[in-house]
Design a protein around this ligand. Structure first.
Ligand code: GAL
Ligand code: ZN
Length: 634
């Protein structure tokens, strides 16, 4: 847990990019802006270990003292995020190999294979030195392991990775026969007689794709093998520092999805995350809110911190639009309202050279007499004025939405009923329809038990494609014991190995509990919309189905499946379960959900452009049209 009784404010600090004269100026400007925390040394490996086993800590010692004297705390990085050139030159097997078998070279960043023994040994040695040296330093208040694991080369197809994947499979499956039956390898002569025959799912002959079970297991393996790296570093730090919390920064699902953060969150002392806006999207504050809520969901009661976001433009989108005046304050405060223990940035001072030289920072190229520096300084003062926000958790929502990286991994595979299915877009549409209706939502993992789910009046299941028998039973029990449930289309189609559940799609949940018998999928054309019999508008998906005990809410019309169930519900005594057998347009999804919320007496606050969030005694109201932020305490 974070110990501070204030909100954190600051960012990544890369003093090695600047001559020492600038350092003193940095401290002055940090103090002026109210910065109280910097993440130090994230990309410093090459500047610390100048050749194999030769460490130079002099510059780091010096800046750490300066920060300490300046009253600025340090989130100490382990510097393992990007191995130096000498390392990969001497040990080329560290370099990752991509899907097409191409070895990725040094010169960008993160050019290492997570399974590499050499990388592990060298990273461990470095962390050992850093932890030993700085663990007791009074300025160090937390540890920042590596950086955005899995951002650039999350899947490696080298020989070492193949060997590690096979070892991982040996632990997961009782026998090779168990693997064969889970993956269904009697298809296309894929049967294996020993684990060392199993390949990594790299490129196969044109028009074919690796086995679905193999593909999803490789994604699970890739998240796990990378998580091992985190745990390795964390455990070294813990030997030297038993006090300060250890974290690693996660990334928002808008751009990355390779690591299963529900699993990762169990291993960190507090969750930290990075979020960057798609600035071309006028509703990007809704994605921001979604990512903040999702991060609170990973944290599951642990504290969490926005570790990076941008003061203005980024440098890696096709067109990097600057933030508009006041936008950044709305962004940061939305994070704080939703539970972040502060607002941190990439980065403190805008780089003069390197590929991120056009990425915004707290101190822009133009210096301190700038809109950006003034606005962030105002924000620093605002956070400083409300230190006790850090003592409260964001209030629990009445609605929970199921989210799961593994569904994402399953649904992004080829050979689906339509390539137009998009798990993140469906989740985002459901989320946005709630946000714009003033309805708050928490995210939960499908491993949630019926008891955990029972804290919510309503649980939403957007495209939860795979459910184990146990998971299915928990959701059913939640509904039978008084919880209200909405199950979306293409849910509960398979078990967790992607074997289809037979006898009507949607398993017991859809067929028995709700009572809709789904027999065939009828995906729609990309530009096709259908008016349902209750006036709502559907797109992308329809299906041939009939009632099997449920009550019809709306059927398809004007389509190939006229009369089939589009929406149905089942009265379960003290609760209701709905089935939504199609993708609704945003406006229709809003109508559907706000109708349900009204029926269940779920409270809404805010409007389609203003969010209201409560965090203990604090009420945050952020209006994205009026460009205002109000924080009141009762
Ligand atoms: C993050 C990364 C930072 C910086 C930033 C730029 O993904 O952690 O180091 O590159 O993006 O937006
Ligand atoms: Zn590899």
């Amino acid at each position: 847990m974070l110990k501070a009784n204030h909100l954190h404010f600051g960012g990544d600090y890369n003093p090695e990019q600047w001559p020492k004269e600038v350092w003193a100026e940095d401290i002055r400007l940090m103090q002026k802006a109210g910065v109280n925390l910097v993440s130090l040394g994230i990309f410093s490996w090459a500047n610390i270990e100048r050749s194999e086993g030769q460490y130079d800590f002099s510059w780091l010692d010096e800046i750490i003292e300066m920060l300490h004297e300046g009253g600025i705390s340090i989130d100490m990085a382990t510097a393992t995020a990007s191995p130096p050139a000498w390392l990969t030159k001497k040990y080329p097997e560290v370099l990752p190999v991509n899907f097409d078998g191409v070895t990725l070279v040094h010169g960008g960043r993160q050019a290492y294979c997570a399974a590499s023994e050499v990388y592990r040994t060298k990273a461990a040695a470095l962390v050992e030195k850093i932890a030993e040296r700085y663990a007791k330093h009074p300025a160090v208040v937390m540890w920042h392991v590596n950086n955005e694991y899995g951002c650039h080369a999350p899947y490696c197809y080298c020989d070492q990775s193949k060997k590690s994947f096979q070892d991982w499979l040996k632990k997961r499956y009782a026998s090779i026969e168990d693997l064969n039956s889970s993956w269904g390898t009697d298809f296309w002569s894929q049967r294996y007689y020993s684990f060392d025959e199993v390949p990594v799912p790299s490129r196969t002959p044109d028009g074919t794709h690796p086995n679905p079970g193999q593909q999803i297991d490789f994604k699970r393996f890739s998240s796990d093998v990378t998580l091992e790296l985190f745990k390795m570093e964390r455990d070294i730090i813990k030997r030297y520092d038993k006090v300060n919390p250890v974290t690693t920064n996660f990334m928002s699902m808008k751009f990355t999805y390779a690591m299963d953060y529900f699993e990762w969150a169990k291993e960190v002392d507090f969750v930290s995350t990075d979020h960057y806006l798609a600035q071309h999207d006028p509703h990007n504050y809704i994605d921001l809110a979604q990512q903040a809520d999702l991060t609170r969901g990973f944290a599951k009661g642990k504290q969490w911190l926005l570790m990076e976001h941008s003061s203005s433009a980024v440098n890696w989108q096709p067109r990097n639009y600057a933030k508009t005046p006041g936008q950044e304050k709305r962004n940061s405060m939305s994070f704080v309202a939703r539970g972040s223990q502060g607002a941190m940035y990439f980065q403190w001072r805008q780089s003069q050279a390197g590929s991120e030289r056009f990425h915004s920072a707290l101190v822009p190229h133009a210096g301190e007499d700038t809109r950006v520096y003034r606005e962030v300084s105002e924000l620093g003062a605002l956070l400083k004025a409300h230190p006790d926000i850090s003592q409260y958790e964001t209030d629990r929502a009445e609605i929970a939405m199921v989210y799961d990286y593994e569904q994402f991994w399953a649904l992004m595979q080829a050979n689906m009923p339509t390539e137009d299915l998009s798990y993140p877009e469906t989740v985002a549409t459901w989320y946005r329809s709630l946000w714009e209706s003033g309805l708050r939502v928490d995210f939960v993992h499908p491993d949630a038990t019926a008891v955990e789910l029972s804290q919510y009046k309503l649980v939403l299941m957007p495209m939860v494609h795979m459910l184990s028998d146990k998971q299915e039973a928990e959701f059913s029990n939640y509904a039978k014991q008084g919880g209200n449930l909405v199950v979306g289309y293409f849910s509960n189609i398979s078990d967790r190995t992607l074997r289809v559940k037979l006898g009507g799609y949607g398993g017991q949940l859809v067929k028995e509990l709700i009572g809709v018998y789904v027999e065939e999928f009828y995906p729609l054309r990309p530009d096709q919309t259908l008016k349902l019999t209750n006036g709502l508008e559907a797109k992308l998906w329809s299906e041939l189905s009939r009632l099997n005990g449920a009550e019809l809410v709306a059927s398809f019309s004007g389509s190939d499946v006229d009369g089939s169930v589009a929406i149905a519900k089942r009265n379960l005594g003290s609760s209701t379960a709905w089935y939504q057998g199609t993708e609704l347009t945003l406006e229709s999804q809003k109508k559907f959900f706000s109708g349900i919320a009204a029926e269940l007496g779920i409270k809404s606050e805010g409007s389609d452009h203003a969010e209201v969030v409560h965090r203990g005694p604090y009420r945050f109201e952020i209006d994205h049209k009026a460009n205002t932020v109000s924080i009141t305490k009762h």
